[in-house]
Design a protein around this ligand. Structure first.
Ligand SMILES: NC(=O)c1ccc[n+]([C@@H]2O[C@H](COP(=O)([O-])OP(=O)(O)OC[C@H]3O[C@@H](n4cnc5c(N)ncnc54)[C@H](O)[C@@H]3O)[C@@H](O)[C@H]2O)c1
Ligand SMILES: [Zn+2]
Length: 383
């Protein structure tokens, strides 16, 4: 099983290669790049975190050495809280020590956090060195490693500092998902469901027809390979048509308007990103049904798949809808006074609706909350 997807941008194209065991061919695949070549024998800097490096670092190093590269290392602590300037400075320090040149390469081995930080360092060190992504989490494979968004968090703001900077190569080894905790896997399934609803009906059907999504963690699964390839293809197609998010790329925000509001309202501590996005997709689905854009039956199919992925299907009973609306209205300011929603029209296609009445959003959120039998205990009494 191997598939190569090309991300075709006006200024640059690059391959995403997906194959079980491809981690052992990292050096070889880098060496095979031309126009311009990465240069065998040159210094490279491998950036990873302590968890992923322990699991896969030695294999990456062995493969790089075999191909004639001289790997230097920068191992960061594991966690979103380290997606900050300190980590970027650590990479700069390692880059200086390793005497990286303009034609040298930074390699990110890890999840989306490592990918985003390393990409930002690659974009800025010597005004831009080569960058290779080896995503190891499902989210990084199908989302974060593709499309060139790089960055770090700053104070309360997620990804406030960053740059668009494309990698030269993305290598996806499904085998490494064997060690990914189910919680991380399940959260990333929300993004795959998203691709299914807004872009690729076959992805959706594949999820629908899998009797148990946990079996996808079996890396020999052809279904996992199919979902990885089609999700990467979806993101590659969308990004190729709209690299800097001036239009179509906003489709990728399906479920994210309300999802982000829920995450930020609960200080990123109560929902995983995928759980929040799942609630956001349910809400957007209900809005679309209300506006007669989407059928009740298809919205129901979405709910079933979301439940199958063990993602949330309601708003916890002690979250105040007014507070969610307030956060959404901040979003509104950012977007010239309009609340934009991505709304599905049929499974596999969606469009961007510029103005959705806040009253309707409020009503739908109340409906999702009324289904709730759970509350976020640690949130306490809403103030
Ligand atoms: N650049 C983009 O377009 C884009 C898109 C989506 C998300 N993101 C960013 O990505 C980040 C989230 O990515 P994430 O979900 O991968 O989080 P993450 O990088 O924190 O990885 C999640 C956890 O899984 C561990 N892990 C990763 N691969 C593993 C493996 N194979 N085996 C065992 N453990 C493994 C990590 O060490 C970490 O503890 C966020 O910072 C988000 O802002 C960026
Ligand atoms: Zn997302």
């Amino acid at each position: 099983m191997q598939s190569t997807i090309s991300v075709n941008l006006p200024t640059q194209s690059y391959p995403i290669t997906i194959a079980p065991g491809i981690l052992d061919f990292l050096g070889e695949k880098m060496q095979a790049l031309t126009n311009p070549p990465l240069g065998s024998g040159s210094n490279v800097l491998l950036v990873s975190n302590s968890t992923v490096f322990k699991l896969y670092g030695q294999r990456a190093i062995a493969s790089l050495e075999k191909a004639g590269f001289k790997p230097n290392l920068c191992i960061l602590p594991d966690g979103e809280q380290y997606k900050n300037f300190d980590s970027v400075l650590k990479i700069y320090k390692a880059a200086l020590k390793s005497r990286l040149e303009r034609s040298s390469t930074l390699i990110a081995l890890g999840g989306g956090v490592i990918g985003d930080i390393t990409g930002f360092a690659a974009a800025t060190w010597l005004r831009g060195v080569n960058f290779v992504q080896v995503p190891t989490s499902l989210l990084a494979m199908v989302d974060a490693s593709i499309g060139g968004k790089t960055g770090i968090n700053y104070y309360q703001g997620k990804n406030l500092i960053g740059a668009f900077y494309q990698p030269r190569l993305v290598l996806v080894d499904p085998k490494v998902l064997q060690t990914l905790p189910w919680n991380e896997f399940r959260s990333a399934l929300a993004e795959i469901i998203k691709y299914g609803v807004v872009w690729d009906a076959e992805v959706f059907r594949c999820l629908e027809e899998s009797s148990n999504l946990k079996t996808l963690l079996d890396v020999r699964s052809h279904i996992l390979f199919f979902l990885l390839s089609r999700s990467c293809q979806a993101k590659a197609n969308i990004v190729a048509q709209d690299e800097k998010e001036t239009g179509l790329r906003a489709l990728l925000n399906y479920g994210h308007t309300i999802g982000h509001a829920l995450e930020s309202l609960t200080q990123y501590r109560y929902f995983s990103h995928g759980e929040a996005v799942a609630i956001g997709m349910l809400a957007a689905g209900e809005i679309a049904v209300f506006l007669n854009l989407w059928s009740r039956q298809e919205a129901q199919r979405q709910s079933t798949v979301i439940e199958k992925a063990e993602l949330s299907n309601c708003i916890p009973s002690n979250l105040e809808i007014d507070k969610i609306m307030e956060v959404l209205s901040w979003d509104k300011k950012v977007q010239n006074g309009k609340v934009r929603f991505v709304l599905p029209t049929k499974i596999g296609s969606a469009y961007i609706r510029e103005q959705v009445p806040p009253k309707l959003v409020n009503q739908i959120l109340l409906k999702l909350k009324s289904r709730s039998s759970t509350s976020l205990m640690s949130l306490g009494k809403p103030s």
